[in-house]
Design a binder for this molecule. Structure first.
Ligand code: AP5
Length: 209
């Protein structure tokens, strides 16, 4: 199955993708993660992406579409994949249609102010994934499972979060209409708990939780 997880920053795309990729045994392709890895490795793509990401702007379509096309062409994507954070413009959606037929687009709908709170409290552990500080008892600085120092993303400062939301409404939200017209869009309430959201998403994908 070829799946797109869609929605505003902080709607829970990454959180659900991690669970679904384990359950469905198909790769999780996050353009944000790919850019962050490229930045860490200091590649030309990373250097170009960084200036946009730091401001909460979108990386140019041609760069983003190229890295996704290269990733989707790999053999592990033959039986499907879960795209997280792509496409984010109508031009990206059109470019994706040229290389893959998407079966379902899950659109997580959520309230902007709740998203600002979610992203402001997001922390991640390199081994154990994404947390929110409200879920962590203890010092909220170290991973509750392994003690590793938790990382706050550079673009999770409030000013940048608000710009990401503005960019989402202006440039990314129109992609909803594009997929609605194609008849593959499924809407999910992104304000539910992680467990309830997962249950609904697996039901609509037709897989056991
Ligand atoms: P990217 O990394 O894709 O970030 P994003 O879309 O802004 O999405 P997030 O990762 O912030 O949110 P999420 O929906 O995955 O939420 P999460 O599960 O982590 O992109 C970063 C940047 O890269 C972009 O700004 C852009 O510059 C560039 N980029 C990437 N793709 C691009 C593209 N296609 N084109 C151009 N540029 C691109 O959850 C967030 C928090 O909420 C966590 O703390 C989590 O624990 C908590 N949470 C999750 N679910 C729930 C729930 N149900 N209830 C309560 N809390 C929850």
């Amino acid at each position: 199955m070829k799946i797109v997880l869609f929605g505003p920053p902080g709607a829970g795309k990454g959180t659900q993708a991690v669970r679904l990729t384990e359950r469905m045994a198909i790769p999780h392709i996050s353009t944000g993660d790919m850019f962050r890895a490229a930045i860490q490795q200091g590649t030309p793509t990373g250097l170009e992406a960084k200036s946009y990401m730091d401001r909460g702007e979108l990386v140019p379509d041609e760069v983003t579409t190229r890295i996704v096309a290269e990733r989707i062409a790999k053999p592990d994507c033959q039986n499907g994949f879960i795209l997280d954070g792509f496409p984010r413009t109508v031009a990206q959606a059109q470019a994706l249609a040229d290389i893959a037929e998407i079966d379902v687009v899950v659109n997580f709908v959520a309230d902007d102010e709740a998203l600002v709170r979610r992203l402001g409290g997001r922390r991640s552990c390199p081994t154990h994934g994404i947390y929110h500080i409200d879920w962590i008892s203890g010092d909220k600085v170290h991973c509750p499972e392994c003690g590793e120092t938790l990382v706050k993303r550079a673009d999770d400062e409030e000013t940048t979060i608000r710009n990401r939301l503005t960019v989402y409404h202006a440039q990314t939200a129109p992609v909803v209409d594009y997929y609605q017209r194609k008849g593959v869009l499924k809407e999910v309430d992104g304000m539910l708990s992680v467990a309830d959201t997962y249950k609904i998403v697996t039901e609509l994908l037709g897989v056991a939780p």
